[in-house]
Write a new protein. Structure first.
Length: 231
């Protein structure tokens, strides 16, 4: 387990066998379940090409299974709840509209439960901020259809203020996490607070690389900064 944790942030593919070895001996180990889910989720994220979709989908299905097992074993623990919400959120991006709405509703519920369990969980705060951002980024017609036709009544509770509050809380809890500042910048940019968004993006250059995805987030930050520079 310790070796898996050491490897997980930068090389999730190398970490996964370590967690699977723990689960082979004890399938009810809560931490091994949610950490295996994170590893599979992280392995799935770079698989964006059409040819990679079967592998991506397989990883996300497995991630969801182990995350749900962790939640069943520890229904009031922040990390299992957050990880399941994260995996569902990423899975939703690969689904049709009706399935996206259903998953988004569960993602919000899990995120709120995670924050209730631990209000200082930066990942859960970020997840809720991103949820509000994604919903508010929909057109009025899209939100109406989601709320009124597809059963996404909770979409009516989303707001830009909540998106910003949650993102700022995530940044305050972990100021050197690139992903937090990037998504806070997106919220600020969407609200036409261009100077504040640029400031958040500019800070990213000095932040340490902590997870494998940080190189991707850095590129995204540079691209968004260039885009905002033209406004």
């Amino acid at each position: 387990m310790a070796e898996g944790i050491r490897l997980a942030q930068m090389t999730p593919a190398a970490a996964l066998p370590q967690f699977e070895a723990v689960l082979a001996k004890d399938s009810l180990d809560v931490e091994a379940n949610w950490r295996a889910a994170v590893a599979r989720n992280d392995m799935a994220q770079p698989l964006t090409r059409k040819a990679d979709r079967p592998r991506r989908d397989s990883l996300l299905v497995s991630a969801q299974e182990t995350a749900r097992r962790a939640v069943r074993l520890a229904p009031d623990a922040a990390y299992p709840l957050f990880v399941l919400a994260m995996v569902l959120g990423n899975t939703a991006l690969t689904k049709g509209t009706r399935e996206k709405v259903r998953m988004a509703t569960e993602v919000r519920s899990l995120g709120l439960r995670a924050v209730a369990a631990d209000s200082n969980h930066d990942g859960a705060q970020h997840l809720l901020g991103r949820w509000n951002y994604e919903v508010m980024s929909l057109s009025g017609v899209q939100r109406f259809i989601a709320k009124s036709i597809l059963g996404g009544g909770v979409f009516g509770q989303a707001s830009w203020d909540e998106a910003r509050r949650r993102m700022e809380r995530a940044v305050a809890l972990d100021p050197v996490r690139i992903y937090h500042r990037l998504d806070l910048a997106k919220v600020l940019a969407a609200r036409k607070e261009t100077a504040a968004a640029r400031a958040e993006l500019a800070r990213i250059a000095a932040l340490p690389t902590r997870v494998a995805a940080d190189s991707m987030y850095r590129r995204e930050a540079v691209e968004l900064l260039a885009k905002l520079g033209n406004r």
